[in-house]
Ligand binder design. Structure first.
Ligand code: CDP
Ligand code: MG
Length: 652
């Protein structure tokens, strides 16, 4: 039975609600509940509330972690509505740079990263009576570390004082129940209708084209029901949205056909737009939701009967070869493909169209490796050190990361000055870096900027690096946009370009900022977010007793501060025009969007820069460095002698 969305009846129809007595009983009697239930069964919205109402949070609060900000924010809003209270009162959320909780908050939805930060100040998490780790199957680094910390925290508090719940749609319960002594698993049967899975007979040349064609084919040939298309990221989704809308408009008219409504869904979408996916299609229309892997488990889109699976996902992974984290589009795992297909069978029998062959499916990895086995661990290692974990290699991980990856992180932290030779947290650099809510490399840039007298600028640069892209390129106005952006371009690179945009943005009178952004083809929301992040970082910065100062028009101190944090991302130009990363010897190209990418070209009139530091790598057909700043190669041995002395001695 389909009830109106959000009503009390709809709530009571959720499988979790029917199982409430059993769940409360397990939480009361055992130290840890491992709860497995199909997506949409009501775990995230109902379990915290049920435990609160059962009196399990007496004298404290309930934390419920999410790997994604969007989930924490939208769910908190939803639960506040359901409970008839204002967001930020009894129910609130806390994500990086955005805290909507108050003194009365009893249910706090938060990102797993935020709970990890709270553990730094209070390792026993005293203020919580219940901690729920949600979406645990995603196995983010923060969730994995929290598993270990919570185990220790529960052991460190009086028996029964801290209760744990680990929830997921698909989970290796055996491994978890073995990990948490005395824990109990509970399964909630979801309503799942059969889903017919279809493959393409031959590999597709472009999954984006194939996705558009398939969505239109469903629209023209299949019965009612919404279509959920899994793509990889914002740019791709926006392009797809335009193409699909255009092609639907040029279909031959057919009065029997439903009208088509295309909706995007990705993490950087403004909250109002995100909430639109929860509204059912208007009568006589069909929705096509173009989503990232967000719609796999953390967000349930109602009304879906058809799934189109590109078979790809954008993932951040540490590349040992490149010595850096790298964002790239990779094939999904079989478990992910099944999870995606399952989305078609929530409300009735459905169909899933996989845009790859059956043979390709057979070759996919059975499941996604935990993130901790694939990413840069320096932030985690630093936090563990700050929590007093001396032997990081011996920490009780559910899946221990490879020792060489841990050792590399320890080395980087040593080079950043965050650890002593003995491996202890160094004061003040290490203690400060652990408190700054940014990657240790960026944190080091901020600390260096205090010494070099350019912290006002560095705070702006790091705030801009922590927000979503600000340059917009609307279709048909690409050249106009590029010309508008060129006003900000700095010969010294992207960090300074971003600084120029930020400084001019904040100089606008508030009332004119939106128009100014529109005329300059800049994303006003991203810039507003950067301003917010800037204010918060500045607060953290001052709380650490660091010196605020401006270097004015001379960018040299700022570029030097960047070197002191990003030195492991320093690269030198090669005769062929690529850049060789000094720390690893790998060759990378400057990203075409970089302010420095055009320098050195035959017609640019600007010589190419000899050496750079970069913020991150992106791998498509080749490996590109993004967020690049020109540096003087001689600064490296001067500013970071312990890292580069060897190279300098060798004449490199
Ligand atoms: O966590 P789980 O996937 O088990 O389910 P849930 O997120 O608690 O969702 C329960 C129901 O609430 C689903 O039918 C969702 O579509 C709906 N929901 C919603 O309409 N709006 C939200 N912001 C969150 C959930
Ligand atoms: Mg959920």
């Amino acid at each position: 039975m389909v009830t109106a969305n959000g009503t009390a009846e709809a709530r009571k129809a959720l499988p979790v609600y029917s199982a409430r007595h059993r769940l409360v009983e397990v939480v009361k009697t055992s130290p840890c509940l491992v709860l497995v239930g199909e997506t949409g069964s009501g775990k995230t919205t109902q379990v915290p509330r049920l435990l609160l109402e059962a009196g399990l949070a007496a004298g404290g609060a309930i934390a419920c972690t999410q790997p994604r900000r969007i989930a924490a924010v939208t769910v908190a809003q939803r639960v506040a509505n359901e409970m008839g209270c204002k967001l930020g009162s009894q129910v609130g959320y806390c994500v990086r740079f955005d805290d909507r909780t108050g003194p009365d908050t009893r249910i706090k939805y938060m990102t797993d990263g935020m709970l990890l930060r709270e553990a730094l100040l209070d390792p026993l998490l005293q203020r919580y009576k219940v901690v729920i780790l949600d979406e645990a199957h995603e196995r983010t680094v923060a969730t994995d570390v929290l598993l270990g910390l919570l185990k220790a925290a529960a052991a460190g508090r009086p028996e029964g004082d801290l209760r744990l719940v680990v929830m997921s749609a698909t989970l290796d319960t055996q491994k978890l129940t073995a990990y948490f002594q005395g824990s109990q698993a509970a399964y909630i049967a979801g309503r799942q209708y059969p889903v017919q899975v279809m493959y393409t007979p031959a590999p597709e040349e472009s999954y984006v084209d194939a996705a558009i064609t398939t969505a239109l084919q469903i629209h023209c040939e299949e019965g009612p029901g919404d279509v959920l298309v899994f793509l990889t990221g914002q740019d791709e989704i926006e392009a797809c949205e335009r193409l699909l809308t255009d092609r639907a408009a040029s279909l031959p008219p057919d009065p029997a056909r439903l009208s088509l409504c295309v909706l995007p869904l990705y993490a950087a979408l403004p909250p109002e737009a995100q909430l639109r996916v929860f509204e059912r299609a208007a009568p006589g229309s069909r929705r096509v939701v173009l989503a990232t892997n967000i719609a796999e488990t953390s967000v349930t889109v109602p009304g879906v009967r058809f799934v189109v699976d590109s078979g790809m996902v954008k993932a951040r992974a540490y590349s040992p070869r490149l010595g850096a984290d790298c964002l790239q589009v990779v094939p999904v795992s079989q478990a992910q493909a099944r999870q995606r297909s399952g989305r078609a069978g929530r409300e009735g029998p459905g169909k899933a169209f996989r845009l790859y062959t059956e043979a390709a499916f057979a070759k996919l990895a059975p499941s996604t490796a935990p993130e901790i086995l694939r990413t840069n661990l320096s932030s985690v290692v630093l936090q563990l050190k700050a929590l007093g974990v001396r032997d990081v290699l011996g920490f009780d991980f559910l899946d221990p990361p490879p020792a060489p990856a841990l050792v590399r992180s320890l080395e980087l932290l040593l080079a950043l000055g965050a650890l002593t030779r003995e491996g202890d947290l160094a004061h003040p650099i290490g203690t400060s870096l652990a408190r700054l809510p940014v990657d240790p490399m960026f944190g080091r840039v901020l600390m260096a900027s205090a010494e070099l007298g350019c912290s006002e600028e560095a705070l702006a640069v790091i705030a801009m690096a922590s927000t979503d892209p600000v340059f917009q390129f609307p279709r048909e106005k690409r050249e106009e946009a590029a010309a508008a952006h060129a006003r900000f371009a700095s010969r010294e690179g992207d960090h300074l370009t971003a600084l120029a945009v930020f400084q001019r943005f904040v100089a606008q009178p508030r009332k004119q900022a939106a128009a100014w952004c529109r005329e300059g083809f800049l994303n006003a929301r991203s810039l507003a977010k950067a301003r917010d992040i800037h204010a918060q970082l500045r607060g953290h910065f001052q709380a650490l007793g660091l010196r605020l100062a401006s270097c004015g028009d001379d960018a040299t101190p700022l570029r030097q501060a960047l070197v002191m944090g990003l030195f492991s991302h320093a690269a030198r130009r090669q005769p062929g025009g690529t850049y060789r990363v000094l720390a690893t010897g790998q060759d990378v190209a400057l990203h075409p969007s970089s302010a420095l990418a055009r320098a050195g070209g035959a017609r640019s009139g600007v010589p190419a820069v000899d050496a750079v530091v970069f913020g991150e790598l992106v791998r498509t057909t080749r490996t590109y460095a993004r967020d690049v700043t020109a540096i003087d190669i001689n600064w490296l041995p001067q500013l970071v002698p312990n890292f580069f002395a060897r190279a300098a001695a060798a004449g490199g």
